[in-house]
Design a protein around this ligand. Sequence first.
Ligand code: HEM
Length: 397
Amino acid sequence: MSDTIEAFPAWPMPRSCPYSPPDAYRALRDQPPLKVRIRDGEAWLVTRHDQVRQVLTDPRFSADDQQPGFPIRIQLPPEPGVMSFNRMDDPEHGRLRRMAMTEFTARRTRAMRPDVEQLVDRLLDELEAGPRPVDLVDNFAVRLPSLVIARMLGVPEEDEHDFTEQSRTILSQEASGEEIYAAFVEMSQYLDRLTAQKEREPQDDLLSRLVERYVATGELTHQELVAMGRFFLVAGHETTAHQISLSVLSLLRDPAQLAELRQDPELFKPAVDELLRYWSISQDNQVRAAIEDVELGGALIAKGEGVIVAIPGANHDESVFPDAHRLDIHRDARAHIAFGYGPHLCPGAPLAKMELEVCLRALFTRFPTLRLAVDEPKVDFRENTIVYGLNQLPVTW
Ligand code: HEM
């Protein structure tokens, strides 16, 4: 570790406005990558759109968190014994990812849409029948993605309530560390039992199909499939939930663009890409380690050094997205990298986009007078978390 580490700027960097990435990223994009001080050492910070894509596609940057210099290691309780493939490199990463991808095709996503519409309607019925104001984070945004994943995995209806309550506890701001840990252990044990059940009696769901295609042929072990199922829940739940609540907030504070969307609901689809770009919720934990010396934009990143790629920095790069600080539903935002880029590009992206489109459309159609139930400055943002988001979003109608 360098002895000048104290001189490096600290990271994560503060946001002066909750609606924009850290101010410092703007100036940093005009300079070579720089070293920053992180909680357990130092790493390079990359903020430009082109350089972030370069890091994410160059095999000299490893996603394996056991590599020397890997900047931030997140320990998910309990230790699974089997790693999830996002922290692996090819060929092992590719082997597991290819199996998973068979469940995230455009065709599968289209087939899921009626289920998602039905689940959204069910949650909106509950909202309509319940008290107001209501916290939309806890009562809608956090609940939808876990219900969707439960459907995908083939969680039987009688277990759905317990499954979604456990995942709600895992994401809860109020639960204690012990409660979260206990819910995580229970969830793992449940997925273990569920996978074993699908091995005995396969049905028409993700776990069963992967059992028949890969566990039966010996290409995938039972434990690897359990880890995969759990990883889908972890990767797809918190992200989608916070993207839903932030997207609702954006539209509530922009009545003109919301009116356009209501007028022409076909616009919800492109608007979702712009909302993903604008918020870039994966603000932390997009990291790699150099396994060879690499020259990047004027900096020499040495073998064994860590790199943080700032997705919010890249998605607000003015050279790619002029007026990047403005949410503009008419912008062509498809070059955004809110779902990453390269070999680890999020497989859940089509599903997440469909969930967002369905739920924004249904929510704003069902509640034409939906509005914030607190003054806007009181909206409670989550600071210093891996996924940016809201603690609460009190609304009424
Ligand atoms: C708005 C919602 C979402 C966002 C913003 C998001 C973001 C991301 C990002 C940035 C990565 C790349 C990580 C890296 O390069 O290190 C990623 C990977 C991944 N995501 Fe998502 N994600 C979302 C929803 C989902 C959903 C719904 C699922 C599945 C149900 C999912 C499953 C995964 C998996 C399995 C990976 C690892 C891919 C690999 O390493 O090959 N995500 N996600």
